[in-house]
Design a protein around this ligand. Structure first.
Ligand code: SAH
Length: 217
């Protein structure tokens, strides 16, 4: 990834006050959050707010997730650099960048073509080379490249879509917000010897996952 000096101080402060202070411990996640220039994933008018402790609009009625949420979700995946990762909900591409720094290859899907286009432009300009994009309903996963060692869903689902469980590798992990259209609980789903284990982590609020197995369009 291309190094970006601008807003470095704000980025350091974000990591200290929002990420480390709230208990994120994984060094690799912390380093990645320190590196990725979050401001480039939002509109210029939001640059001064890009390192603040809340989500921001990215167009098409969608949002870039709160920095802490990105860090906490990524930490749950326990990435070592070797994984094949599926991300459902590319959005701004910010979490995609974090995942790309920490894994071997990222497959990211988004239902709104305009967002994919913008995210791809940003990630290309930062010289990421291990990201594959698709415009499609992520409730169905992306079977062509399955199974995935890790899956992250960045929109709230009524339940864990079956296709995603099927496309999770053995010993793989998925994080997904599950609940109502307005509030959810982050779930961690693991597959061990073909069996699915699911635990609830903490409350969260995401935009709805829209599609088959998600909420209706
Ligand atoms: N990680 C992103 C989050 C964006 S918000 C970021 O921080 O920028 C969630 C995204 O999920 C939105 O862009 C929304 O369009 C997308 N989404 C919702 N339902 C989807 C589906 N079924 N398939 C793919 N993407 C979906």
């Amino acid at each position: 990834m291309l190094e970006v000096e601008e807003w470095k101080y704000e980025r350091e402060r974000m990591v200290e006050e929002q990420i480390v202070a709230r208990g994120v411990k994984n060094k690799l996640v912390i380093e990645a959050m320190q590196k990725v220039p979050r401001h480039l994933f939002v509109d210029k008018t939001y640059y001064p707010q890009a390192y603040n402790d809340y989500p921001l609009p990215i167009g098409n009625d969608q949002t870039i997730s709160q920095p802490y949420m990105v860090a906490a979700m990524t930490e749950e995946l326990k990435l070592t650099g070797k994984e094949k990762v599926l991300e459902v909900g590319t959005g701004s591409g910010y979490q995609t960048a974090i995942l790309a720094l920490l894994s071997h290859k990222v497959y990211t899907v988004e239902r709104i073509a305009n967002l994919t286009m913008k995210a791809r432009k940003t990630l290309d300009s930062l010289k990421f080379r291990n990201i594959n994009f698709a415009v499609r309903d992520g409730c169905m996963g992306w079977s062509d490249y399955a199974p995935y060692d890790a899956i992250v869903v960045t929109a709230g689902a009524p339940d864990v879509p079956t296709a995603l469980i099927q496309q999770l590798a053995d010993n793989g992990r998925m994080v997904i917000p599950v609940g109502s259209e307005y509030t959810q609980v982050l779930n961690r789903v693991e597959k061990r010897r073909g069996r699915v284990h699911r635990i609830e982590l903490f409350g969260c609020t995401f935009v709805p996952l829209v599609g088959k197995g998600g909420w209706n369009n």
